[in-house]
Design a protein around this ligand. Structure first.
Ligand SMILES: Cc1cn([C@H]2C[C@H](O)[C@@H](COP(=O)(O)OP(=O)(O)OP(=O)(O)O)O2)c(=O)[nH]c1=O
Length: 203
């Protein structure tokens, strides 16, 4: 397969997504587009998928040739409410207080677009926070770690200390569900881990 059909553009400014896509051994470049994260949907799974498609489309408009443009969007849902990124430390503390002692869902939508053809999917993981004291909530919010993250926490760093249990794909919580991304890349003919076409038939 030549380079034109296997080249991948990651439509994301997230360092986590860059790192996780790197684990799959897929060469890629990064291109981002600023867009307001607004969806006409209300169901969290549909919102995450829709925003991923919007991000992929916005970047695809700016690329030459026909690379595969890959985008993702992560959000946290608690009892029907969607928690995006907190505006400041006070809102971050409010998010963490709401999540404490409860189970919430993390949805990441993944979209892949090439030459106007888009495929998309969504992954869901349940995360349960342990009960937290007010001092713990304040300590975490003051760290600033959660400010650029959906739900106001990062499970891959200090936020790990808030978590009692994870049910589902861990990489989905970090923002890039590797099993779904692998399936998506293969469906578009992009080899993962240096495999040759057909080497992992049916995987
Ligand atoms: C819940 C959780 C989210 N996150 C991150 C993943 C996403 O980067 C971010 C959610 O915001 P997104 O809007 O999904 O992504 P982004 O703005 O960081 O990057 P881009 O749109 O350019 O791709 O929250 C973690 O890193 N750890 C976590 O535990």
């Amino acid at each position: 397969m030549d380079d034109a059909t296997t080249s991948v553009v990651l439509a994301s400014g997230s360092p986590r997504r860059r790192e996780l896509l790197g684990l799959l051994g897929v060469p890629f470049r990064v291109l981002t587009a600023d867009l307001p994260e607004i969806s006409e949907h209300t169901d969290p799974a549909r919102v995450a998928e829709d925003l991923a498609v919007q991000k992929a489309r916005a970047v695809a408009e700016r690329v030459d040739g026909a690379p595969l443009v890959l985008a993702a969007d992560t959000l946290v849902a608690l009892e029907g409410a969607i928690l995006g990124k907190p505006r400041d430390a006070a809102e971050n503390a409010a998010f963490i207080r709401r999540l404490a002692g409860r189970t919430h869902e993390v949805f990441t939508g993944v979209a892949a677009l090439r030459a106007g053809q888009v495929t998309s999917g969504v992954e869901r993981t349940e995360v349960t926070f342990r009960a937290l004291t007010d001092a713990e909530v304040q300590h975490y919010a003051a760290s600033g770690e959660g400010l650029d993250k959906a739900g106001g926490y990062g499970i891959q760093a200090l936020g790990m200390a808030l978590v009692a249990c994870v049910n589902g794909d861990y990489s989905n919580v970090v923002g890039f569900p590797l099993a779904l991304v692998t399936r998506t890349l293969r469906a578009h003919g992009v080899p993962v881990w240096g495999e040759t076409s057909g080497a992992l038939e049916g995987a």
